[in-house]
Write a protein that binds this ligand. Structure first.
Ligand code: C2E
Ligand code: MG
Ligand code: MG
Ligand code: MG
Length: 281
């Protein structure tokens, strides 16, 4: 009896696994031509300076509108793109599209300070470091975007794998004139001391810490420590996932430089972000 149940059980699990693998293979297949079919687009989430709530730029985030499944979560399809290697063709396209869009922004508010555009770069793109610096340099030349207006967001874990290699790579990237930010900061294992050894222009505090700063003294202490450390190193510190006025006020009081989050503004399609800049809103 038990043997039979065990056998069925085994069959059940392998069937479930088959489905998961099948779905993944399908997604990979469908993602392959998605850019050409116009299913992929970028949305732009506004980033504000905390001191005076001035708009300083936006983070470009990729969206996939699948013809059957609708919006596919970036956490799912970015992972598929990384595992399959598709990110190596997708990444440069995203970079170029974001730079071209940022070129339009200045025309819409000619008297405003130049706005930055932040683009996420996956660890797989970083691994071929020399190439990435070349891709970035080509993109800046072709689009005409002022290099310091392009911010590249790398995750802490991508950078930390190999410190020596990573430092060289970051140095090469920064030679192009772009700014490098460590994304999801605080979720890796590096600790604050690591910041002294990797050459970055800023850190983005992960939203999992920001979520509870009004209630959890530990999260507030950690957030405050990151802010203090970043400031003492002279690098920019940006808070992610600000969803409440109280979080904004507290971060501002603690000396955080910039913030983004649903309370300040959700990611917007390119046209809506342009409308925001023109004051149409
Ligand atoms: P991320 O770079 O940390 O991006 C911030 C994520 O937080 C975005 O999720 C954004 O929509 C979400 N978010 C913004 N404000 C709030 C808030 O107030 N509350 C909450 N709960 N969430 C907020 P999204 O767009 O789903 O992207 C998820 C991740 O996918 C990104 O995390 C990034 O790591 C990756 N990703 C997105 N676009 C790209 C891309 O073009 N290239 C690469 N390599 N990765 C990308
Ligand atoms: Mg990011
Ligand atoms: Mg992040
Ligand atoms: Mg994240």
């Amino acid at each position: 009896q038990a043997k039979v149940a065990g056998k069925n059980c085994h069959r059940f699990y392998s069937r479930a696994m088959d489905l998961a693998v099948e779905r993944r293979v399908n997604l990979e297949h469908e993602l392959r031509g998605a850019w050409e079919r116009g299913e992929l687009s970028l949305v732009y989430q506004p980033v504000y300076r905390l001191a005076d709530r001035t708009l300083v730029g936006a983070e470009a985030l990729l969206r996939w509108n699948h013809p059957v499944h609708g919006q596919v979560a970036p956490s799912v399809f970015i992972d598929v793109a990384e595992q399959s290697g598709l990110i190596e063709t997708l990444g440069p396209r995203v970079l170029r599209a974001a730079c071209l869009e940022a070129m339009h922004w200045q025309k819409l508010q000619p008297r405003g300070a130049p706005l930055s555009v932040a683009v996420n770069v996956s660890s797989r793109q970083l691994r071929h470091g020399g190439e990435l610096a070349q891709i970035v340099a080509d993109c800046l030349r072709e689009t005409g975007l002022e290099p310091s207006r392009l911010h590249l967001e790398l995750t802490e874990t991508a950078v930390l794998g190999d410190e020596v290699h990573a430092s060289q790579m970051l140095a090469r990237l920064r030679e192009t004139g772009v700014k490098v930010l460590l994304d999801d900061f605080g979720t890796g294992f590096s600790g604050l001391s690591h910041l002294r050894r990797v050459p970055v222009d800023g850190v983005k505090i992960d939203r999992s810490f920001i979520a509870d700063i009004l209630r959890d003294p530990d999260d507030l202490a950690l957030t405050s420590a990151i802010i203090a450390m970043a400031r003492s190193l002279g690098i920019t510190v940006i808070a992610e996932g600000v969803e409440k006025a109280g979080q904004y006020a507290l971060l501002r009081e603690r000396g955080c430089d910039q913030a983004q989050g649903y309370w300040l503004g959700a990611p917007l399609p390119a046209g809506e972000f342009r409308a925001l800049l023109s004051g149409v809103r």
